[in-house]
Ligand binder design. Sequence first.
Ligand code: AMP
Length: 178
Amino acid sequence: MSAICVYCASGPVDDTFISLAAELGTAIGSGGHTLVSGGGNISMMGAVAEATRAAGGPTVGIIPRALMEREVADLGADELVVTETMRERKRLMDERADGFITMPGGIGTLEELFETWTGGYLGMHDKPVVLLDPFGFYAPLLGWLDDLSGRGFVSRAALDRLLVAESVVTAIQLATHR
Ligand code: AMP
């Protein structure tokens, strides 16, 4: 059983994305895994946490004190860790996870994705970094990175370090196997 850290949107998004988050949470909980999240109970973040618990999985939320109101701190979390800084939040989320899954999100999500992805590429950790992208949300980004690779800015090895999954089942398989 693994602890899976999930990064995703905290803003108002279409129901399609909320449903994807709920589907992932259900799979994490029913698979006997633990969810590690940013500890908010809004948008996709809230949906993945609620669905994980509904499926019987423990949830660990890690949230900076200053964001508790804005991101609606997930008081239902089995463990809610309140940090004083964003850096501490990220460090604890990284430490507590065996693998990472990123879903669609905004700049906060992108920042988290790139930090865990580059950390893995640089050998700072060996945990799987998975992009769950059933709708082609990230296709423009992946296309741009591919172009950068062709021009020498990004190595093929770095691109290969990111595991892209089109289904929840595949994302969980990839995130739970080193
Ligand atoms: P967003 O993708 O912008 O909706 O944000 C998703 C989550 O990322 C929210 O919980 C934000 O608090 C979080 N976030 C934003 N910036 C950062 C950062 N620099 N490090 C870690 N998490 C962040």
